[in-house]
Ligand binder design. Structure first.
Ligand code: BG6
Length: 482
């Protein structure tokens, strides 16, 4: 492990991510005594403020986003005392000198870039030009890291010119979620599942990330991306890789990421020939969420658009373990509920001795959010004298993670990721070859949409996407787990 850093440089410090996630996460770590004693946080952004002004902004963010019972005034003060603010126009190389001065001896520095993609290039040039890319410096990058393989390569090349891969930390905040890491514990900490975790034991896999929110004022970004690039390219493919990968020999950055990238490279391309049968695009129209009327996407945007706010895919991993097992992926905005889950549907028993009694195959439901739950449906005998024959019913075997670990505070994903960055641990960050394999697969789908003229189908806000998404699985005799 690298030495914990002594300086953390936070780009985009006045932005939404910083206020909602990064500053509260850093405060939480500090309050729990997890930050290095000497850590200084140098916040930077374009807005011109002095340190006291920025500290007031940070204090307001903590008031808004940290639970009141955690905001011990002494701890808040100790945290705020760590902060200095240096205004910077990242497109002006001259400004980086002041940043370098504030960053101490640069022997142990972590930099967190949460800036517009157009500023990546100039920022990296400015950083390396002012001595902020030396051997003791780690760089974390927040998405979007490009919008296709070519642009992602250009960013990766620019980064690689200044920071080697072992000092580059690409963030996918899903990897910081406790339940996502729990997937590894479930698969590789239990002997129970592994013998069945393959095409002989599993019928299909479903991964859903459903959101109720719409554009959230992010029109400029979202309308250039759409659901496929915003959610599938990163979060969903990372989840798929964790579900499908071979057991890594060690829980270390190389072993885990080697196994994930093999899965990503084994994804069967969905191209112009298969895209119509394997993908569904949707765009929400007006409807209702939690009983409240909401506008359609185009109306929110103020113009017509061909961008999808929903996507459903039927994917395959072409290797021995997963031959013939469909992975159904689905994500969208303005769906009926916020829920992320992974469903593993096992194969039915080969023969039922119970005759007519309907046996349902076992299903493992891994709920990531809002509730953290792992449930396994099992067939059990319904109590009774069975004069009309034995009755069986599917009953859940549930591990409510929040109950099982009731005494442990649930942490924000960024707490884990920031601490790992500060301590130099790369396992939960995405390696370049993973990102590029992800983009390769996504670009083929987009090219297929383009070639076949596949436009998004409408769905009313508050529904589970267009009806074609239901047909995508029903054709295979599979029903989405709603
Ligand atoms: C982000 C996407 O990466 O993830 C957003 O850009 C999306 O569009 C968000 O809303 C979802 O994250 P979470 O943690 O709320 O599920």
């Amino acid at each position: 492990m690298a030495n914990p850093c002594t300086h953390l440089l936070l780009f985009g410090a006045t932005g939404d991510l910083s206020k909602r996630m990064l500053l509260p996460s850093l405060f939480n770590l500090d309050a729990d005594g997890l930050l290095p004693e000497c850590l200084r946080i140098i916040a930077t952004a374009r807005s011109v403020h002095d340190t006291p002004e920025f500290v007031a902004i940070a204090a307001a963010a903590l008031d808004q986003y940290v639970d009141a019972d955690r905001r011990d005034p002494a701890k808040v003060q100790r945290f705020l005392d760590r902060i200095a603010y240096v205004p910077l126009d990242a497109s002006e190389p001259a400004g980086f000198g002041a940043l370098a001065d504030a960053a101490g001896d640069k022997a142990n520095l972590a930099i967190f870039l949460s800036t517009a993609p157009s500023l990546f290039g100039p920022t990296i040039t400015g950083l390396s030009g002012s001595g902020l890319a030396g051997p003791g410096v780690r760089l974390a990058l927040e998405k979007p890291l490009g919008s296709d393989l070519a642009s992602s390569r250009a960013i990766n090349d620019a980064v690689a010119a200044a920071y080697p891969e072992d000092r580059t930390f690409r963030i996918d905040h899903y990897l910081g979620k406790e339940t996502v890491q729990n997937l590894l514990a479930l698969r590789f900490g239990n002997a129970l599942f592994e013998p069945l975790w393959n095409a002989r034991g599993i019928d299909h896999v479903q991964i859903t990330i459903a959101e109720t929110v719409g554009l959230e004022g992010r029109a400029g970004y979202y309308d250039g991306m759409g659901a496929l690039r915003d959610m599938v390219q990163n979060h969903m493919l990372q989840l798929l890789a964790l579900v499908a990968m071979e057991p890594p020999a060690q829980f270390d950055p190389t072993s885990v990421r080697d196994e994930k990238v093999k899965v990503l490279r084994a994804l069967r391309p969905i191209d112009r020939h298969s895209v119509e049968g394997c993908s569904v695009r949707g765009q929400y129209g007006a409807g209702a969420i939690e009983g409240q009327p909401v506008k359609g996407y185009a109306e929110e945007l103020g113009k017509a658009s061909q961008i999808e706010t929903f996507v459903a895919l039927k994917a395959h991993v072409d290797n021995w373990r997963w031959q013939g097992v469909p992975f159904y992926l689905r994500t969208g905005k303005r769906l009926p509920e916020r829920s992320s889950e992974i469903i593993i549907r096992f194969k039915p028993v080969p023969h039922s001795m119970f005759g007519e009694a309907s046996l349902k195959p076992n299903t493992l439901v891994i709920s990531l959010q809002p509730d953290e739950n792992v449930g396994l449906s099992m067939m059990a005998k319904a109590p009774g004298l069975d004069r009309d024959g034995l009755k069986l019913r599917s009953v859940p075997l549930d591990i409510g993670i929040s109950n099982a670990f009731a005494d442990v505070r649930r942490r924000i994903a960024y707490e884990r990721l920031l601490l790992d960055l500060i301590e130099g641990k790369q396992t939960l960050f995405v390696r370049r070859d993973e990102v590029e394999a992800q983009w390769t697969w996504i670009d083929a789908i987009r090219a297929g949409w383009e070639a076949t003229g596949m436009a998004p189908k409408p769905y009313a806000a508050g529904n589970w996407g267009p009806t074609a998404a239901i047909a995508l699985t029903e054709r295979d005799g599979v029903t989405w787990h709603d």
